[in-house]
Design a binder for this molecule. Structure first.
Ligand SMILES: Nc1ncnc2[nH]cnc12
Ligand SMILES: [Zn+2]
Length: 352
């Protein structure tokens, strides 16, 4: 909880989360519980796996995206059964509800599970069950997005994209779109042009991580060669004024993850996340938690840290929230509901 007089307002903003890796919501406690239940041996040559507390402490010392990913991929090795995936996602949705999330568009990494021998349907059944429960019990609407691992050959990504069960989940509408994640440096977006072309032909929504650790040229390449509709992270957009003007004019939404950027050392401090520059340039962005169990905070923590660093006006918060709603991939009816909540909150707040 932050000390700001705006804390209550920030909590009540009807938030849309667009950049959340479900596997990144695996807390050290749940990780150890599942390892025990599923008889998974955690690495014995790394002291961090000595206890949940030690692991938590190690998460505070990430040196880069790849350093984090090493732990992220080991962590997911404890996820075996559908109910493990369901527990993981349900844990996230409960946090999200407390933080004032109304709508969540969440990523998962099919290749990371299929490669361990876990069928895609096992993963999807668990996540879908949690999404249905979130809607029923918490009123949170959801969209699921399959992310592809860019450190693997593009042919592997395409082969996974084309698997029968994966295609079924697109055609049935259970999965809304695709994304691209994992190590960015050395794996430029254009490698994945064929898969994104097919996704576009199938009418799938498209996003990709770009400009997190990678240069601004990865953002332009992701826009031009992959035809993405959102940019995940995109903080290095500030290094190219012309491209920034183009992104602002197009109205493409960036899914910014401030705590993640600090913990993974993409920027030294929250004040160095280009929030003010984006606002001044008319860039649309949402604020998200990325991998909350690894980065020390869920979405409201990100809102609070941004508020502490930038002291945004309530009208600026309204604009950020509105951009998030409008940039979501749900239907217009749902957007209108959330905009009505936002309008109500703003009226109430301005009367105070
Ligand atoms: N921040 C991040 N960047 C790239 N890949 C990821 N996978 C999970 N979190 C990620
Ligand atoms: Zn991410």
């Amino acid at each position: 909880m932050c000390q700001s007089p705006l804390h209550d307002f920030l909590q009540r903003l009807p938030k849309c989360e667009h950049h959340l890796h479900l596997e990144g919501a695996l807390s050290p406690t749940l990780l150890f519980d599942l390892a025990k239940r599923n008889r998974i041996t955690l690495p014995t040559d790394d002291e961090a796996f000595g206890s949940p507390d030690k692991l938590h402490t190690r998460y505070g010392r990430f040196t880069s995206l790849n350093d984090f990913l090493h732990y992220y991929y080991i962590g997911m090795s404890v996820l075996i059964h559908s109910h493990d995936f369901e527990s993981l996602a349900w844990d996230y949705f409960q946090h999200a509800a407390v933080d004032g999330v109304h709508h969540a568009e969440v990523f998962f990494d099919p290749q990371a599970h299929i490669a361990r021998g876990i069928p895609y349907t096992t993963v999807l059944d668990g996540f879908q069950a949690a999404c249905q429960r979130a809607e029923r019990e918490l009123g949170i609407t959801t969209e699921l997005i399959t992310c592809f691992l860019r450190h693997l050959p593009a042919a592997d990504c395409l082969a996974t994209f084309e698997l029968e069960h994966v295609q079924d989940s697109y055609q049935s509408g259970v999965i809304t779109g695709i994304g691209l994640d994992s190590s960015e440096l050395g794996f430029p977006p254009q490698l994945f042009e064929e898969m994104y072309g097919k996704a576009s032909e199938q009418g799938l929504r498209r996003t990709a991580h770009a400009g997190e650790e990678g240069p601004a040229s990865f953002i332009s390449s992701a826009l031009d060669t992959l035809g993405i509709e959102r940019i995940d992270h995109g903080i290095r957009l500030v290094e190219d004024a012309e491209l920034m003007a183009k992104v602002a004019a197009q109205g493409t939404l960036l899914t910014v993850c401030p705590l993640s950027n600090v913990v993974l050392r993409c920027v030294p401090e929250i004040k160095d996340v280009p929030i003010r520059k984006f606002l001044d340039a008319g860039i649309k962005f949402s604020i998200n938690s990325d991998d909350p169990a690894y980065f020390g905070g869920y979405i409201l923590d990100n809102y609070c840290r941004v508020h502490e660093a930038f002291e945004l006006h309530v009208n600026e918060w309204e604009g950020i929230c509105r951009a998030g709603i409008e940039g979501s991939w749900c239907g217009q009816e749902r957007k209108t509901q959330m905009l009505t909540v936002l309008d109500g909150l703003m009226r109430e707040w301005q009367e105070v």
